[in-house]
Design a protein around this ligand. Structure first.
Ligand SMILES: [Zn+2]
Length: 525
């Protein structure tokens, strides 16, 4: 290109391009040329990772990512379609098949077991292989599988979980619990038979299984004895403690750790000195945390604020850390067919992704963003460029009524009464916070979807995320990148540090480990 054209391109590619610029082929050609140049210089980082961060958008299917991108751009006053999420700047992308061993369309427990423990499992079960039967306590034993969080701790790293739901919920639960029913939050949720057989609830396992350095989210009511008033809602008995065994698990957690702090509101979290705190438990609601759009910013921390505190504590460990960061409220927003809530949460998760990059060294941190499953969420209708993501399609439907671009395949948004749909335009409500987009089939809660989800990665070993993979592959790449069992024997991996003889991600352990074990037996003979 000549000098004159370069100047033109510089003008075209400057801040705030307009639709006019896009009419010039040079605009697209130059943009693509730059992308091509950076693709040609892209080199995989083949070192092992010191730190690993796994971001999980619960229910963040690819249609949700695309809509969140547009919403983010529109929040900044742009048309939105060509804006970029932080997660989209990651150089490596793969797709994950999300089915559970027993379900075509999965749930968050079976998928959590897959991407955290490296083994596909049955729906509604956590941290156990598919040999365990849902709800049958005595099938737990011998079928436990361990997570990358657990293996990271075993290898000497600091570990943490951050979630916008209760910390005993399915996704974070799969990082530390082994349970045949994801709803066994406290002992009050276990059937008598399970208690008799010795099964433990998820809250109990949170405190007694893996030694987790930072735990931030909701879930106070499963930690304290029945009728213990909640500190934030002391006059509401529905928010009180639920435990029948009389245990105060917060007390137990605090007394078992050195340098441990417990906080239950934003003020407490802000006051935590990250340089003198080795263990932090923060439980900010009795159950799940509030949607970002409903959050009281003076009393409850955001996902970004929780994550920042977690990273500041965890990164002090010279051996590195593993952090799991989940926004579960994307899923909750979709289940209630409130797209604005779901997309706002997806944008918040992306803000956390962007902030994490500022708090960590990209050359030694593997960052992965993925989802457990999708939702029956779609947007379409030949909408014009820059159309509000919550807006209407330009043409009316066959019933002479307008329709929103966003629709759900099923859910509580089903609104046909006397054979006709409500006229969204009459109520001009489609952009409202609690508006439920219409659905084709009535259900009290909208469902998950079965198509693949994206895995976006950057940092050491990120290139191993490529192609179309089974979802349990995620845990294996994380373990390999971090020199965790069963991939800790490589020459680039640090020497073991008082490693216990725990099982690897998968069972049985790799042939290499078996060979090493036999060799050491032979040497002893
Ligand atoms: Zn869900």
């Amino acid at each position: 290109a000549g000098g004159g054209e370069s100047l033109l391109l510089a003008l075209l590619l400057g801040e705030g391009t307009s639709f006019l610029d896009e009419k010039a082929p040079a605009y697209w050609n130059e943009r693509a040329r730059r992308t091509l140049e950076s693709a040609l210089t892209l080199a995989p980082v083949t070192r092992r990772a010191k730190n690993m961060i796994l971001f999980l958008g619960d229910g963040m299917g690819i249609s949700t990512i695309s809509a969140a991108r547009i919403y983010k751009g529109q929040l900044e006053g742009e048309p939105g379609e060509d804006s970029r999420l932080a997660m989209e700047t990651f150089p490596y992308v793969a797709l994950a098949k999300t089915y559970n061993v027993d379900r075509q369309v999965p749930d968050s427990a079976g998928t959590g077991t897959a991407y955290l423990c490296g083994v596909k499992a049955n729906a509604k079960t956590l941290g156990v292989s598919a040999a365990a039967v849902y709800g049958k306590c005595n099938t737990t034993w011998g079928n436990e599988v361990h997570s990358v969080l657990h293996q990271a701790k075993q290898s000497g790293k600091s570990v943490g979980i951050v979630t916008t739901t209760r910390v005993q919920h399915a996704s974070p639960g799969a990082s530390y619990a082994h349970v045949v029913n994801r709803e066994w939050y406290s002992d009050a949720d276990l059937p008598k038979e399970a208690i008799r057989q010795g099964c433990k609830d998820i809250a109990y396992q949170l405190v007694h299984n893996t030694d987790i350095n930072v735990i931030l989210g909701g879930g106070r009511m499963y930690m304290t004895p029945r009728k213990t008033p909640d500190p934030e809602y002391p006059t509401d008995p529905k928010q009180s403690g639920t435990r029948k065994d009389g245990l105060d698990l917060v007390e137990r957690w605090l007394s078992a750790k050195e340098g441990a702090r417990y906080v239950w509101n934003k003020e407490g979290l802000d006051a935590v000195d990250e340089n003198s705190t080795d263990y932090l438990l923060g439980l900010f609601e009795p159950k799940d945390m509030k949607y970002e759009l409903n959050r009281d910013t003076s009393t409850d921390p955001s996902i970004v604020e929780m994550m920042e505190k977690a990273i500041r504590i965890l990164r002090r460990n010279p051996r590195g850390f593993f952090l799991f960061v989940e926004d579960k409220l994307i899923d909750h927003g979709h289940h209630s067919s409130r797209a604005k809530q779901a997309l706002s949460e997806a944008v918040m998760l992306d803000r956390a992704v962007a902030r994490a990059a500022e708090l960590t060294d990209a050359s030694e941190t593997l960052t992965v963003v993925t989802a457990d499953h999708s939702h029956v969420f779609s947007f379409g209708g030949s909408t014009p460029r820059g159309n509000s993501i919550f807006g209407l399609a330009p043409k009316k439907a066959e019933d002479k009524r307008p329709y929103t671009s966003i629709l759900y395949g099923n859910g509580p948004g089903y609104a046909i009464a006397n054979g006709s749909r409500p006229d969204v335009r009459l109520h001009s409500e489609s952009g409202k916070l609690d508006y439920r987009q219409q659905a084709a089939v009535p259900l009290d809660t909208e469902t998950h979807a079965g198509e693949d989800v994206a895995i976006m990665a950057k940092g050491p070993m990120a290139h191993l995320f490529h192609g179309v993979q089974e979802q349990n592959y995620v845990a294996h790449v994380l373990a390999y990148a971090g020199c965790l069992e069963p991939y800790h024997a490589g020459p680039e991996c640090p020497a073991p540090n008082g490693r216990s003889g725990s099982l690897g991600l998968g069972q049985p352990p790799s042939l290499l480990l078996l060979a090493l074990g036999m060799a050491s037996l032979l040497l002893r003979m």
